[in-house]
Every structure is written in structure tokens, then in C-alpha cells.
Write a protein that binds this ligand. Structure first.
Ligand code: ATP
Ligand code: FE
Length: 336
């Protein structure tokens, strides 16, 4: 089975070709335009997708050495995401499937972040059901109990900002360019995580809150900069390490609570923020420390990519879960 997968939910245009559960190609065009604005501008994202989609799909097919006539089906991201962005991928997928007379498969982006673990790759192994998925990305922060490929339930989520936003907004306060998450990670590597202390919010059950953190960082930086104009510049490593440490502490506390409540010790992370080296490290350590089995996707399957859409497409293909041409994009689209 050959699946062509298309992802265009936010600011990355991506296309992948899978042979069953193996990735033959996974092309991602990241839109640089948003850097100037310090965040994703929906209108510009949509236009960039329109420019990128044809060459990105062509490249994915060429890299996989597959002719479009060999394709078994087309999978695309239906949502959640920016409507203008989703429309480009959805319309493209629909017309290509119609032209080629092959089945069309709709995929939920957040499910894909979770099921990316099932891509057949020698550097990764798949979690066994049931497992807990911590999905941490630019728009979401969820703890999901995954009972089977298509049986999942959100058991905890953020009440305000997502973890990725917490990283990016903190970075913005520090004057770092968008998206700041990876830069905080980079500076944190050589910083002292215990140098500055930021409050851990008290939130009920398995839910999260990150908006308070951003505010406390803002006030802290404003205060310190008044005393020393070069405070950020001179302490960037320690500030980033302390912010990252606080975010990881918040995530780990809830994860421990979820393990306790469910009795499930299989833990898989997903979403762009799972590229964070501090999170990857603490989850590897958790295996010996708490007796968990932790699963961390390969770097390129963490941030937005079409390969993860393709793996969901493959499992849906086996179930013959196809959609018709009247399918529409869905900006708000829950996983269950
Ligand atoms: P969603 O998946 O919720 O729709 P999205 O698709 O925009 O949101 P992803 O691409 O999954 O988000 O993740 C992007 C986020 O991941 C950004 O906020 C980015 O800063 C963050 N991120 C990427 N790498 C790192 C890193 N190494 N450390 C911290 N954050 C990171
Ligand atoms: Fe994403």
C-alpha cells in the first residue's frame, strides 16, 4: 500500500509517501515569513501553503521514487488548525484523489502526533496499548489515554496556553525570534536550572495552566532589567534553563499523577515540544527512576510533518475508513 500524506494545518507545508508503515519520503517546507511578525500570520500561512503545496508533493513523490499512478490513497490533515491553512491541504488532497480515482482519508492532526510512534523506523519502538500520550505542541497540551489506534480519551489538558506557547511567549519576552522554543532549549543546555525560581501553578486534576508562568517571567524580567539593562543578555543561559526547568516540572507532576490514577506506565510523548532535549532526557531517566516505559519519537516526527498523517492514513486504509468528496476542513476538531 502506498499512501501520499499531506499536512498543512499551521505554518509547515509537508508531504510524505509511505509504503505500508514505512516512510519513503517526508518533505517539510517551513515558512520563514512569520519570523518577521513574531508569530504565525494566518493569511500569510495560507498563501505560502498555496505556493508550496505543488512542489512539496512533487518532491515527496520524487524522493520516494513513486509515480502518482502507484498511489493507493491520499491522506490529509482535516484539523485542528488554521482554517485558511487547512483548506489548502484539504482541497489539494480532494482534487488529487478525484483525479486519480483513489480513496481519500481524513486525519486528525493531534491523533497523528500520537500515532507517529507507530511509524516503522529502526530508531523507534511502538508503545503497547493502553498507553498514556503527553501531547505537547504549539496549540495543545494534553494527556490522552490511548486504548487502541482509534480509541483515545483526553484525561487532562491546558486551561489556557499550550506548552509550545509558553516556550514561544517566554522567548519573545527575552527578545528571541519566533519560534523561540528551540532557542530556549539551546541556551538552557549550558545554564543553571535552579538559578531563578518561577511559580508552579496549582491546577485541578490532570489539567494544566501556563499563562501565569508567562506573566511571572514578564514581571521578573522587567524588574531585573530596571536594575541592570543587560540582565537578559548576561544571564540568558540561566534564565532559559530556569524557564525550561519550570515547564518540565509542571508537565512531570501531572504525568506522575496520571500514572497513579490510571495505573498505566507506558508513556509516549508527541507534538513539537517533544523535540525539547530537557523533556527527552527526563523521560529517559524516568524509566529507571519510576519504572515507566517511555517512548520518544524521532526528531523529525515530533514537529509538524506529513509522515505522521501517513501512518494514520495507513491504519485507516486497512479499516477502509474513507471519506467522500463532500468532506470539509475542521479548524476545531477534537480527538474524541
Ligand atoms: P498543534 O500541533 O497543537 O496544532 P503546531 O502544529 O503549531 O500546534 P507543533 O509543530 O507540533 O505545533 O509544535 C511547534 C511548537 O513546538 C512551537 O511552539 C515550538 O516552539 C515548539 N518547539 C519545537 N522544538 C522545541 C524545543 N526543542 N524546545 C521547546 N519547544 C520546542
Ligand atoms: Fe502539530
Amino acid at each position: 500500500i502506498y499512501i501520499l500524506a499531506i499536512e498543512s494545518s499551521c505554518d509547515d507545508t509537508s508531504a510524505a509517501v509511505l509504503m505500508n508503515d514505512k516512510v519513503l519520503s517526508n518533505v517539510v517546507a517551513t515558512q520563514a515569513i512569520h519570523k518577521e511578525y513574531g508569530g504565525v500570520v494566518p493569511e500569510l500561512a495560507s498563501r505560502a501553503h498555496q505556493q508550496n503545496i505543488v512542489p512539496v508533493v512533487a518532491q515527496a513523490l520524487a524522493k520516494a521514487n513513486i509515480d502518482k499512478k502507484q498511489l493507493s490513497a491520499i491522506a490529509f490533515t482535516r484539523g485542528p488548525g488554521l482554517m485558511g491553512s487547512l483548506l489548502v491541504g484539504t482541497s489539494f488532497a480532494k482534487s488529487l484523489a478525484l483525479g486519480l480515482q483513489i480513496p481519500l482519508i481524513e486525519v486528525n492532526h493531534m491523533k497523528a502526533h500520537i500515532l507517529a510512534h507507530f511509524i516503522d523506523d529502526e530508531t523507534m519502538k511502538a508503545p503497547s496499548f493502553p498507553f498514556l500520550a503527553l501531547t505537547i505542541s504549539g496549540g495543545h497540551t494534553q494527556i490522552v489515554q490511548v486504548n487502541d489506534f482509534f480509541d483515545m480519551k483526553i484525561i487532562g489538558q491546558t486551561l489556557d496556553d499550550a506548552v509550545g506557547e509558553a516556550f514561544d511567549k517566554s522567548a519573545k519576552i527575552l527578545g528571541l525570534p519566533y519560534p523561540g522554543g528551540p532557542l530556549i532549549d539551546k541556551y538552557a543546555a549550558t545554564g543553571n536550572p535552579l538559578r531563578f525560581e518561577f511559580p508552579i501553578p496549582k491546577v485541578k486534576d490532570l489539567d494544566f495552566s501556563f499563562s501565569g508562568l508567562k506573566t511571572s517571567i514578564l514581571y521578573f524580567i522587567q524588574k531585573q532589567t530596571k536594575e541592570d539593562a543587560d540582565f537578559v543578555k548576561n544571564n540568558i543561559e540561566d534564565i532559559c534553563a530556569s524557564i525550561q526547568y519550570t515547564i518540565i516540572t509542571i508537565l512531570m507532576r501531572k504525568l506522575k499523577k496520571a500514572v497513579k490514577l490510571t495505573g498505566i506506565k507506558e508513556i509516549a510523548i508527541g507534538g513539537g515540544v517533544s523535540a525539547n532535549s530537557g523533556i527527552r532526557k527526563i523521560l529517559i531517566e524516568a524509566q529507571a527512576k519510576y519504572g515507566w516505559k517511555t517512548y520518544i519519537p524521532k526528531f523529525e516526527y515530533c514537529t509538524d510533518n506529513a509522515a505522521m498523517i501517513g501512518i494514520v492514513g495507513y491504519y485507516k486504509y486497512k479499516n477502509e475508513a474513507f471519506v467522500k468528496q463532500d468532506i470539509t476542513a475542521k479548524a476545531r476538531y477534537l480527538i474524541s
